[in-house]
Design a binder for this molecule. Structure first.
Ligand code: GLA
Length: 399
């Protein structure tokens, strides 16, 4: 009798384990979209600010455009109690109530931690409390975790394997795997975002650990050079992106710092071309209309969210102009012509080569920033302001 029961119970346990895995893998079938507190608010994030961001996401139409995750970055953590359970600090009086509020708006809540003792801003990390923290997040109703390497380098990697790079990398993999398993074990679908700045070709091993996205570089800053450097570093990574697992060139700086309108448009267009997570990082309650217009351009977002999930490649560069191409579902394509130079191209005219893009004959499409129909022809002159972009959708769905 005992034996008879044991088999079905094992089968039930296995099936529910398999269901958990399937659920976890189903998240992020398209690149996650939402907002994150760090790029603008940094340590000034609090409960009130997160609620305000959620309200704005709804009232500005960002939610309708696809922005769903409201992500609290570093500096929310308080102290662990006598049982090791981590509580939020005084800026977040009731995390569960905050999650309920965000969920009531049809949005999801994200949070931040790291495998070390301390996070980058020196708040409590998850070292030695991984399962416990994952459970806490699930109990609160968290839907997304950004897990940032930071002090794990000194806490563990440098201490346990001094001067042994390979052993240090193994420790890092194990740390990310541990949290990946802990999240899965909660049974709650939680997007798992790895943040370790692209070390050790993270794109090669992150998906196997349950990673849904992984930072490919160091931190972005709100200026052209930072954005363009990061963009250029995405070349060669396109084969690693796809439904459920994405390269993350870092959160958006659209509307922040010294980026002008052309630069904001180019940054947003190129992140869409890269199938990058679109996590706005600006001050939503004080967003300028032109910034809102960029962040809610549905045609550009449709490129990012295209269900094929194919990241763009830089097909060629001429002078300071880069031409990128991305395949889209249904045989359509997106083409971006970016003037990375600081002068108008009129000083060194640019002509688009359809041949280099593997295209034959005139290509009917739509200019996604003017909203107008546009036909690309071979050798057509394209004049762009400094740091501006032409983003065109051609083919089946673009006509
Ligand atoms: C690191 C990350 C940033 C941000 C900060 C918070 O620098 O790369 O995105 O999360 O930590 O301290």
């Amino acid at each position: 009798m005992r034996k008879f029961l044991a088999v079905p119970l094992a089968a039930v346990a296995f099936l529910s384990f398999a269901a958990t895995i399937t659920r976890a893998q189903e998240v992020a079938q398209t690149p996650p979209m939402g907002w994150n507190s760090w790029n603008y608010f940094a340590s000034k994030v609090d409960d009130k600010g997160v609620r305000a961001a959620a309200d704005e996401i709804v009232s500005t139409g960002m939610k309708d455009a696809g922005y769903i995750y409201v992500n609290i970055d570093d500096t929310w953590q308080g102290k662990r109690d006598e049982n090791g359970v981590l509580h939020a600090n005084e800026k977040f009086p009731d995390m569960k109530a905050l999650a309920d509020y965000v969920h009531s708006k049809g949005l999801k809540l994200g949070i931040y931690s790291g495998p070390g003792n301390l996070t980058c801003a020196k708040y409590a990390g998850s070292l030695g409390h991984e399962e416990q923290d994952a459970k806490t997040y699930a109990e609160w109703g968290i839907d997304y975790l950004k897990y940032d390497l930071c002090s794990f380098r000194e806490d563990t990697m440098a201490k346990q394997a001094p001067d042994d790079k390979a052993a240090q990398m193994k420790l890092m993999h194990a740390a990310y795997e541990k949290m990946g398993k802990a999240l899965k074990a909660t049974g709650r679908p939680i997007v798992y975002s790895l943040c370790q700045y692209g070390w050790d070709a993270v794109w090669e091993w992150a998906p196997a650990l349950g990673g849904n996205l992984w930072r490919t570089t160091g931190d972005i800053q709100a200026n052209w050079n930072s954005m363009y450097t990061i963009l250029s570093q995405q070349e060669g990574l396109q084969s690693y992106a796809g439904p459920g697992h994405w390269n993350d060139p870092d959160m958006l700086e659209v509307g922040n710092g010294r980026l002008n309108i052309h630069e904001n448009r180019s940054h947003f267009s190129m992140w869409a071309m890269l199938a990058a997570p679109l996590l706005a990082g600006n001050d939503l309650p004080n967003m300028k209309p032109e910034v809102k217009e960029i962040l809610t351009n549905k045609d550009v977002i449709a490129i990012d969210q295209d269900k094929l999930g194919k990241q763009a490649s830089r097909i060629y560069s001429e002078g300071e102009v880069d031409v990128w191409e991305r395949d889209l579902a249904g045989g359509a394509k997106a083409i971006a012509v970016l003037n990375a130079g600081s002068d108008r191209v009129a000083t060194h005219p640019f002509h688009l080569s359809l041949e280099k893009l593997g295209l034959h004959g005139p290509q009917k499409g739509k200019d996604l920033w003017s909203g107008k129909d546009l036909t690309l022809t071979d050798n057509m002159p394209i004049e762009l302001a400094s740091h501006d972009i032409l983003l065109v959708r051609i083919g089946a769905n673009g006509q």
